[in-house]
Design a protein around this ligand. Structure first.
Ligand code: FES
Length: 571
């Protein structure tokens, strides 16, 4: 009992006084008997279930499975809701609210009498938002992901979330697909609950969470509706109780090497560019000095997972081929030794792993492509950095110099991109401003702007496009993203004009506008920011306090953690 008395939850439920009475009595209205307050670990199940976040629609069932495991191991599970972020449903962009979710998670964990937490998330921003919040409180923490949807099907073939939407949409614009076929592909694309079944941001983040050792092995790729995911959730419930007993907190698991393993895995899975902002923000919460330059460790690594958008297959195939354990086995010797939620080195996740399909998970020595990790670009157009995903780009465009055609904001782009007289050729570099964290606000996934219709009709399917925006993890193309500082923060991007020449040198990590310094200084003297799109509420706070993309786009006052006990009572 003396150990149990030290538990955090006992400051709520272990006192024989008015405060203890109040905390216990109201919980008992749910039918909990006396003995569940006897000092056993109380496990919070932090759930982002929502019907407005279809990717997380299976999390209610998984929460029940986690609870079974917690009870079985001698803990007391309590489920609580937090804000849910439906990537495909929220306007202006779910990313605007990632930091708000993190605040909800952080303050919920801190304010309630729990000893450890299971994070149930999946859709793109829910995983990083939950991890950021949990990191700032630093209790024992473990993740159960939604899991991917079943493979999409259309006319007898597999189709992938997002990736095929972008392709079909361009085909319709080019007259290569009927609108009837386009509309009938909708239901076949999303055949079960779960996250996008391409290696989009959700499956990327789930894969990186597994490579970081923050969930049980196989969590990333098991389909959402696979019964084994329920078993994994059950076992996670058991494990979090042990983690509380071992006092294995978030910061005892996550060190710099866990982030390096995430960067290595991101290259090998052909993961989303969004992982960069999320890992940077998570590292900021734990107090780990991760910078854009650290992502360069991935640049010489090969692509091993043949999943859309960088490859052909889908997450269900990745699962059946062996999933993350089989992939990590290929990365043995490259992955850093690192602690995990199992209390063992990350190598324990893959020591018995086997690959069952070499079309899906390639061997390290015979990769799909070599040197495909994300590249960091710097230069006068991105003094603090920008990124590009070579595995999703057209190889010939990675070294490119061309004339800029500039869209001042998203409305300008949408209104003019399909003009018959748009003065662009396949060599033009499309530039989009006003889509960074402050400018949009929330840094939406619009960086892969559409190819102008007149060029689509000529058969052009890729061009160099640059912006301060992000790109969906399911998207592809030669797209430079996350330019920092963004245009709205007065970055050089704000000064680029149509007709300027821009040079993209991916090999040497350079991005420059070929305009002399004097001319840029004259333009800068005349530049003024646009008035913010919001003047009240959270969005206004976000615009004022958001950090730039190279710092993870967190709010400046959320960086770091606060693990002090809350001593004051409410009555
Ligand atoms: Fe939710 Fe892709 S939209 S995971």
């Amino acid at each position: 009992m003396s150990d149990q008395r030290k538990r955090r939850s006992q400051n709520w439920y272990g006192k024989q006084d008015k405060d203890g009475f109040i905390h216990r009595s109201w919980m008992k209205n749910q039918g909990f008997p006396d003995h569940v307050f006897d000092g056993r670990p109380i496990i919070g199940i932090c759930n982002t279930w929502s019907e407005l976040t279809p990717c997380n629609a299976g999390l209610r069932d998984l929460a029940e499975a986690v609870k079974r495991g917690v009870w079985e191991a001698g803990g007391f599970p309590v489920e609580f809701p937090v804000m849910s972020l439906g990537e495909t449903q929220m306007k202006p962009t779910a990313m605007l609210f990632r930091n708000l979710l993190s605040m909800d998670v952080e303050e919920s964990i801190r304010a309630y009498g729990i000893d450890g937490v299971v994070l149930l998330g999946g859709c793109d921003k829910t995983t990083p938002g939950q991890l950021m919040g949990a990191a700032s409180v630093d209790l024992p923490t473990i993740v159960v992901s939604s899991g991917p949807m079943l493979n999409g099907k259309f006319k007898g073939r597999d189709i992938g979330s997002g990736t095929d939407v972008w392709k079909f949409s361009e085909d319709v614009r080019a007259g290569d697909m009927t609108l009837k076929d386009f509309m009938s592909a909708e239901a076949g694309m999303s055949r079960s609950v779960g996250v996008c079944m391409t290696m989009g941001t959700a499956s990327t983040m789930a894969s990186l969470v597994e490579a970081m050792g923050l969930c049980l092995p196989t969590n990333a790729a098991l389909p959402a509706v696979d019964a084994r995911r329920g078993a994994l959730a059950h076992m996670t419930g058991r494990r979090i109780v042990e983690m509380v007993e071992e006092d294995l907190t978030f910061s005892k698991v996550v060190k710099k090497e866990n982030f390096e393993n995430a960067i290595i895995a991101n290259a090998a899975v052909g993961g989303s560019t969004n992982a960069v902002v999320h890992l940077l923000a998570m590292a900021g919460r734990v107090g780990i000095d991760l910078t854009l330059e650290d992502f360069e460790i991935g640049k010489d690594l090969p692509l091993l997972v043949n999943c859309m958008p960088s490859g052909e297959y889908l997450m269900e195939d990745f699962c059946y081929a062996g999933g993350m354990p089989a992939l990590m086995k290929e990365l043995e010797g490259i992955l850093r030794p690192a602690q995990t939620v199992l209390g063992k080195d990350i190598s324990s996740y893959f020591e018995d792993a086997e690959c069952y399909n070499r079309d899906v998970i390639y061997a390290f020595d015979e990769p799909i492509k070599s040197k495909v990790g994300l590249r960091v670009l710097k230069g006068n157009l991105a003094p603090n950095g920008a990124i590009i995903k070579p595995s999703a780009a057209t190889p010939d465009l990675l070294q490119h110099e061309g004339e800029a055609y500039v869209f001042e904001d998203i409305e300008d782009m949408k209104a003019n991109i399909d003009r018959d007289d748009l003065p662009v050729t396949k060599d033009t570099i499309l530039v989009l401003k006003g889509c960074g964290p402050k400018g949009y606000p929330g840094m939406p996934e619009v960086g892969n702007m559409p190819i102008p219709r007149k060029l689509v009709e000529q058969g052009v399917r890729d061009m160099v496009r640059i912006s301060d925006a992000r790109m969906s993890g399911t998207a592809f193309g030669t797209v430079v993203l996350h330019i920092s500082p963004e245009a709205e923060a007065g970055g050089t991007l704000a000064l680029v004009q149509t007709g300027d020449r821009i040079k993209l040198d991916t090999q040497n990590g350079q991005l420059d506008v070929l305009v002399d310094e004097k001319e840029l200084a004259e333009r800068r003297a005349k530049w003024r920011p646009t008035p913010p799109h919001y003047d009240r509420g959270y969005a206004s706070l976000y615009i004022e306090r958001v950090l730039q993309a190279d710092k993870g786009a967190d709010l400046d006052f959320l960086v770091g953690k606060d693990t002090r006990p809350v001593t004051r009572e409410s009555h």
